[in-house]
Design a protein around this ligand. Sequence first.
Ligand code: NAD
Length: 498
Amino acid sequence: MATATKTFKNFIGGEWVDAASGETFETTSPANGDVLGVFPRSDVEDVDRAVEAAKAAYEDWRLVPAPHRGEILFRFGRLLADHKDELAELMAREMGKVLPEAAGDVQEAIDMSFYMGGEGRRLFGHTTPSELRDKFNMSVRQPIGVIGVITPWNFPIAIPSWKIAPALVCGNTIVFKPATDTPLLGERFVELLVEAGVPAGVINIVHGGGGAVGDRLVRHPDVPVITLTGSRETGIEVMRNAAENLKHIHLELGGKNAIIVLDDADLDLAVEGIVWSAFGTSGQRCTAASRVIVQQGVYDELQGRLVGAAEQLRLGPGWEQGVDVGPVINKRALEKIHSYTEIGKDEGAKLLTGGEVAGGDGLGDGNFYRPTIFGDVDPEMRVAQEEIFGPTTALIPVRDVDEAVRVSNGIEYGLSSSIFTRDVNTAFRAMRDLEAGITYINAGTIGAEVHLPFGGTKNTGNGHREAGQAALDVFTEWKSIYVDYSGKLQKAQIDTAE
Ligand code: NAD
């Protein structure tokens, strides 16, 4: 590949620069270990320079008319579309997902850029009547300043777009720290933003680890907002470390999502939805279905069909045609996923298929894990409670819909949920009662559209939402404005207007 062994830089204040320390790290392909690039291993000094540049650029960017900021996002969306195939191929190599899913990841960023580009001509506030005569009331959204954007590796183009597109259109400037497993895609994202016309200092990228670069952003007094997608553990640490400066913290964290299949479900559809949700992206989606809650009447049939379908899936490098399941991100993830297979077996869950590292057959030294299904799982077992983030799912038998909803809700997370049923009354009850930020009826747990809010309840986050109009609340502050044109001092709540 043309990118092999190429050395990349940080982008700070409009310049491509090395880390102050000169230290570097490599990004490698999870499918075969190929080195794809060398990146600066930055630390506090680099972050501080980037924050300074972003802070200086904010003074003008906040005054650029929002429709113009939106036009830059339209150009960015078009550039992403022009480079969609190249980015998808790069994603298959650097992150590992299969080409159709990688193209979907890029498409999500295209959609988000156009959606948020349109916000340049909306960003609606309110006008409301006043309780007093000759007085005008309105509320407006205002930008906040420098936003620290910290992202995971599993949606290396989509997730940065969920954060950076709304932050920019609202008039903020950015210091972006992508995951160390996918710096090359972060780099390409920023190169295209620059090509689209984002001015110097408005977008900055600083490569490096969470403990050095991420933590400095979280603690930096001139970064009033941190938006982070990652694990629950990281979220807790970030919140604690940001407390000193009372920052706005936007967290999108883990999940342990369940699909409910009732006796009256369309089983063909359910099998397809479960396979796609459990094994798509090798189970490395925050919305992956790692639990399947099945009513007794269809349990045996569904189990048999799922095992058959899982065993048909073809493993291989994401860039090869006809591959269903790519590698998992790194050796650490492979070990973690396998440790949960051992945990499940020790707990007494029945291993129905998979449960092993896959090698041979052109898989070479890649991080491949066989799609794994546990049967007869008790909802309290660790494999049914903890996020595994791999191609492993647990079948949990239940008697009826009440028990199904109770089991679905009986976890610490609340991201996505799903139910397969043909009964409209049951579907509406599930929409009301499933404790999650997302509920699907007759579809799996994965796949979101950018104009609806995205995020979860309970330990999946801290009450904010990504995407849709809800994202604007993360990247703006409300200001209420009162214009009194009566020519006299009118006192709210004290004077009365007749
Ligand atoms: P992670 O928590 O290990 O890392 C996420 C990011 O945080 C990385 O850029 C990392 O370098 C940085 N980081 C780590 N420690 C930090 C610290 N102390 N201070 C500041 N930054 C720090 O997560 P990951 O392994 O990259 O991603 C997988 C996790 O992300 C899973 O739990 C998954 O469910 C979650 N996720 C959630 C959503 C969602 O929208 N809810 C979407 C995708 C992924």
